[in-house]
Design a protein around this ligand. Structure first.
Ligand SMILES: [Zn+2]
Length: 502
């Protein structure tokens, strides 16, 4: 009996204490990897940025503007035909219209070149927050900012994927400097703590993974262990959908997929007197055909959506005589990757072309439009040529073969290879344009993304970086080359098998 009285007393003390603390709620709304998918036509699905905008407006109405903070963690500006028409600027119009308060640039913000990146960041103004990236001739972005919401002091730290040296080439790569987010946080976090925020949020264009990322692109797991002061991490880049979970010692993690399919909603209760997080949780709301497009955002985008529609329907080939299928492995009976190789080969006069499959899109018999070509080549890759030795080529194909089951694998065109089916080695045994024993250098063509290496194809990158390779980055994109090829060549051909299993 006495024990019961005692428990009741302490419960009363606890409740009294809770009532005495100034408990406030804030709601962090989160989008990521929108990739310029403004409409269903851009996403190819029944979700989009315009539909997600409706969900965001509803959430703001429900919780009140003063409680809500909208954050986007990058890869916002590129990835759709609509984006392409304005070189990413339509996305910045949307960022402003949607009143995104913190915007973290992703790696794809560089897709329209470093100069255009600078322009996009300028358009974002003080919304751009990033502490681990600097670009020559550009005012540095703020590494972190304080936001006041419902009497709560929220610190937002921004960071991107620090891997641009493996994603950009030549002069462009030299203009961009990035450091690992872990290193940047060691410097930034003490400053943030000094400002005594109630809630510390890291908004980062990197994802959380169960196992350590071998290349070191995604540092989220490491960050959560290294910096337990961070209350919340808003992630991106990997396109995963994580509704909310605890990572590291205590940090909450959210990642709402990509292309406007989900909106992340994080609710946090805080004791603002003691700058303490009392409770945090999150959910992701699925965007679907029941959410109408946001008309205010549509209006703000002006005529770009209509222009994108016209461009999407522009006919390249009146009647393709036979389907070109994406079935198979690049270099082994895959017709779409061979089509891209043929187009690049004809345009550059290269002896050997290295190219993979960028999507599962097939071209069907009948009319082919720009929209079809965009689906086939959804990136702004440019054409790169180099002059290499046979030994270089041997090393390049061997390195590629080690990634034969990876999406980034490039097949070959113009050379025949002997390969060990499940093993490591691949060897060029003949070239179509010249005998193997000729001392002339071999002209190789590929796309700029593969050429940059992504931190996977280190040997390829090393060979291309040698002055003797005479590596040249053309302004022409893969899609341009493909369009001009298809306009003039609609002959029927069978995809070849360039790899012979030994
Ligand atoms: Zn990314």
């Amino acid at each position: 009996m006495r024990k019961g009285v005692c428990i009741a007393f302490w419960l009363l003390v606890l409740v009294a204490n809770l009532l005495a603390t100034d408990c406030r709620q804030v709601v962090v709304l989160h989008t990521t990897d929108l990739h310029g998918k403004f409409t269903d036509a851009d996403s190819g699905q029944e979700f989009s940025w315009l539909r997600a905008a409706t969900v965001i407006r509803q959430l703001r109405e429900r919780y009140g503007d003063d409680q809500c903070l909208l954050v986007d963690t990058g890869d916002t500006t590129s990835g759709s035909l609509t984006s392409m028409l304005t070189k990413g600027e339509a996305a910045m119009t949307a960022i402003l219209e949607m009143k995104v308060e913190a915007w973290i640039p992703g790696n794809h913000e560089f897709d329209y070149g470093v100069d255009q990146f600078k322009r996009l960041v300028k358009l974002a103004g003080n919304r751009a927050i990033c502490g681990n990236l600097s670009v020559d001739g550009m005012e540095p972005m703020q590494p972190w900012r304080i936001f006041q919401k419902n009497g709560v002091k929220i610190a937002i730290i921004g960071a991107t994927a620090a891997f641009t040296r493996h994603w950009l080439l030549g002069d462009e790569a030299r203009q961009v400097q990035d450091v690992s987010a872990v290193i940047a946080l060691r410097k930034i976090l003490p400053q943030v703590l000094e400002a005594k925020p109630d809630l510390i949020v890291l908004a980062i264009h990197q994802g959380w993974f169960e196992v350590p990322d071998k290349r070191g692109v995604n540092e989220v797991s490491e960050i959560a262990w290294a910096f337990p002061e961070i209350d919340l991490i808003l992630g991106g880049h990997s396109h995963r959908t994580i509704a909310g979970r605890r990572i590291g010692h205590r940090t909450w993690y959210v990642q709402p997929g990509c292309h406007g399919k989900y909106v992340g909603v994080v609710t946090a209760k805080l004791d603002v007197e003691n700058h303490k997080l009392i409770e945090i949780g999150s959910r992701i709301l699925e965007v679907d055909q029941t959410h109408q497009e946001d008309q205010a955002l549509r209006a703000a985008l002006g005529d770009v959506l209509a222009r994108a529609e016209t461009e999407r329907n522009r006919v390249v080939v009146e009647a393709l005589p036979k389907a070109i299928s994406s079935y198979g492995r690049p270099g082994v009976g895959c017709a779409t990757s061979e089509l891209i190789c043929r187009a690049i080969g004809r345009f550059t006069g290269a002896d050997v072309v290295l190219h993979g499959r960028l999507s599962r899109k097939s071209l069907l018999a009948g009319p082919v439009t720009i929209g079809d070509l965009f689906e086939l080549v959804p990136y702004e890759n440019r054409i790169v040529t180099a002059e290499i030795t046979l030994d270089d080529l041997q090393e390049i194909v061997a390195e590629q073969w080690r990634f034969k089951n990876h999406y980034s694998f490039s097949g070959i065109w113009g050379a025949t290879l002997d390969v060990q089916k499940d093993g490591e080695w691949a060897k060029v045994v003949s070239l179509e344009t010249m005998p193997l024993n000729l001392s002339r250098r071999i002209k190789l063509a590929l796309n700029s993304h593969t050429a940059a290496g992504s931190g996977r194809f280190l040997k390829l990158r090393e060979i291309l970086d040698r002055p003797t390779s005479n590596t040249t980055i053309l302004q022409t994109t893969t899609r341009d080359v493909l369009e001009s090829f298809l306009r003039t060549d609609q002959s029927i051909w069978q995809p070849k098998t360039y790899y012979r299993t030994r």
